[in-house]
Design a protein around this ligand. Structure first.
Ligand SMILES: [Mg+2]
Length: 375
């Protein structure tokens, strides 16, 4: 069995202080999700070197800096240790028996890409190559296989310390930046008033589900599964709903009450729709959309009825409504099995027609229109 040392001794508070200072300097860092290295746990450095004396020296220096250290004797052990420990950084010697540093580095890149599915800096662990070969070919090779920096033997310890520190800080900043970008993207798809998805979020989800369900129904057909329109697992349902006489409500109760009413309606819709893949969105003004993947017409009608019950239970007084003393909604419900020759906007168009019909026939009701696509 390869020997693998793992130690958490010799920690100092230095690193935590560096991170906290960074956070003060960096305005986007506040309130975003944590990096893979919690503040209280110092970064873990994996040292991969066949020279035991060099490993001992590196460990002492790294521990003195406040880092945790794991060791491996060659590239192969280094890969095993990486997979098991997920270190924050890898210091790898270039020349080693069994597997050299260049091969180890190449294989680590493949692991990073498998993890993230695509190249992205935030999911990459910085690799610093240690080489006694100062010729330009080895340096070029180190960068080619994905090392982000290198130091040469004999090691200039102050240089090594600064490079390690800088690379760890950069990796931390990449992670913070990625988290901030994810948060911005989430906010870009959210309606500010009601906190449900906005129109852009809805459009994206509709496109995504449409394509996904086409793939799903194709693979069901290939597997020889019979598909029927009713109770088809690849169905996509859409409910469009509109608050009845909302303009009158705004005129009589004021816009602040109008905003509050929309917030309560959105909350009621969320209560009625509770599967993880379902989406409630503000479609525009007082109109909301509910997207129900893998839901057939019967399932959609059942959700629509639940929505009506939730809205009725709100008992928001509507002094100028012609249909009730409380806020009510009209709903247009439709369902289809997505197919490649049709655009998802046709589903919206059918739901819109159903909604129009619900309003025309007296409001405070739901109308179902089934949408059968040519196969
Ligand atoms: Mg060596």
């Amino acid at each position: 069995m390869p020997s693998l040392k793992y130690t958490t001794t010799g920690l100092t508070r230095g690193w935590t202080r560096v991170l906290n200072d960074r956070r003060m300097e960096n305005p986007i860092a506040g309130g975003i999700k944590k990096s893979s290295t919690p503040d209280k746990e110092p970064p873990l450095i994996l040292i991969v070197d066949d020279d035991r004396f060099m490993r001992d020296l590196l460990r002492q220096v790294m521990e003195k800096e406040g880092y945790r250290v794991a060791e491996a004797e060659n590239g192969l052990q280094g890969l095993e240790a990486y997979i098991r420990l997920h270190p924050d950084m890898v210091l790898v010697d270039a020349i080693m028996p069994v597997m050299d540093g260049f091969t180890c580095c190449t294989k680590l890149q493949a692991i990073f890409e498998d993890d993230s599915g695509e190249y992205d800096f935030a999911s990459h662990t910085p690799i610093l190559m240690i080489t006694s070969l100062e010729d330009s070919k080895s340096v070029d090779q180190a960068f080619e296989v994905g090392a982000v920096d290198f130091v040469t033997k004999p090691i200039h310890w102050a240089v090594l310390r600064q490079r390690v520190r800088r690379l760890l800080e950069q990796a931390q900043l990449y992670r913070q930046l990625q988290a901030a970008n994810e948060e911005l993207q989430r906010l870009a798809f959210l309606d500010g008033l009601t906190r449900v998805a906005n129109r852009r979020g809805f459009d994206q989800a509709l496109e995504h589900e449409w394509r996904r369900l086409i793939r799903e129904s194709v693979s069901a057909k290939n597997a020889g599964t019979e598909t029927h329109f009713v109770q088809n697992p690849s169905s996509l349902s859409l409910i469009l709903c509109d608050v009845d006489f909302f303009k009158r409500y705004n005129d009589s109760c004021g816009h602040l009450a109008g905003d509050e009413c929309l917030q309560q309606v959105a909350e009621a819709l969320r209560r009625a729709v509770n599967r993880p893949g379902d989406l409630v969105a503000r479609y525009g003004g007082e109109e909301f959309a509910v997207l129900l993947p893998n839901t057939d017409a019967a399932g959609a009608v059942s959700v629509a009825q639940k929505i009506r019950t939730e809205i009725r239970n709100l008992q928001i007084p509507h002094p100028t409504s012609s249909v009730s003393e409380f806020i009510t909604i009209s709903l247009g419900v439709t369902a289809t099995i997505p197919c490649p020759n049709t655009a998802p906007c046709e589903l919206i168009s059918i739901a819109d027609k159903a909604l129009y019909q619900a309003k025309e026939s007296g409001r405070d009701r739901l109308i179902l229109k089934i949408f059968i696509l040519p196969n």
